[in-house]
Design a protein around this ligand. Structure first.
Ligand code: SF4
Length: 259
């Protein structure tokens, strides 16, 4: 007997469409426009740089690579040490690891496909693109989903640490599931629409960054408070199982630059 799908194990909760609607209205009321014409390999490399990185540093590192190399062939030829030097010139963390990952991706593409481009993925279906990307060294489901969503305008739903936390606190998915499983579950239960998934993804990340923060979530001003089982726990200053929240401060903390 086949194993039940994740959505059969845990059907979409009735409040999910309302959560998505409120996040959209608050954080992204204007639907995204499709980005066309770019090189998806650029998107893949930028996504590799974004792993455990701030957005501002990711953009600076990507711009540094583009300034150092007119083509990805030049980066491949320069080798991991050269890519590391180009990244080091603009700063940031995990530079050696990222240089190795980028060079390994370029090298594999060159060996297996004979070209340093992913433009032809525009003519492939979602499953074909995912297989191609996840076969590359160091590319996992989340990175593949980011390229699908942001560079190919496909209905993917990458789950980062903010979305994982918001999902858990709202008890949309079982607490024991990890981010990979939550992503696969969202892929089954969310409408297969690029616009809806893009909006939900970006809205949930912004909510996690601005309101449903890891430490001291701002439940009192949360637009999802009435739908959230964790709200009472945080507002009552009691630590829920597995959380490391501190009691809220007497005064709201000052806004941090770039936070
Ligand atoms: S009520 Fe609190 S815990 Fe629940 S989603 Fe909002 S900020 Fe997060």
């Amino acid at each position: 007997m086949p194993r039940p799908s994740l959505s059969e194990q845990h059907p979409a909760p009735p409040q999910l469409p309302e959560v998505a609607r409120r996040l959209r209205e608050r954080y992204l009321p204007t639907p995204p426009t499709l980005r066309r014409g770019g090189e998806p390999l650029d998107g893949l490399i930028e996504t590799i740089l974004s792993q455990q990185n701030l957005g501002v540093i990711t953009r600076r590192q990507f711009a540094g690579l583009k300034a150092a190399y007119r083509t990805w062939e030049a980066a491949l030829q320069d080798g991991p040490d050269g890519i590391e030097a180009a990244l080091r010139a603009v700063g940031g963390g995990l530079i050696r690891l990222k240089a190795d990952r980028i060079w390994n991706v370029l090298s594999t593409l060159q060996q297996e496909r004979g070209l340093l481009s992913l433009r032809d993925t525009r003519d492939m279906d979602d499953a074909q693109v995912r297989t191609l990307l996840e076969d590359l060294p160091g590319v996992g489901p989340k990175t593949a989903s980011c390229v699908l969503l942001f560079d190919l305008a496909r209905p993917a739903m990458p789950v980062d640490t903010h979305i994982e936390r918001v999902t858990r606190r709202l008890e949309l998915a079982p607490a024991r599931w990890n981010a990979v499983k939550i992503e696969r579950w969202y892929d089954e239960v969310l409408p297969r629409s690029y616009g809806e998934r893009y909006t939900f993804h970006v809205g949930a990340i912004r909510h996690g960054q601005q309101i449903c923060r890891s430490q001291r979530p701002l439940c009192a001003e949360c637009l999802l408070q009435d739908l959230c089982p964790a709200a009472g726990i945080f507002l009552g200053h009691t630590l829920p199982t597995g959380e490391q929240a501190e009691p809220p401060p007497k005064k709201p903390p000052p806004a941090r630059k770039g936070g």
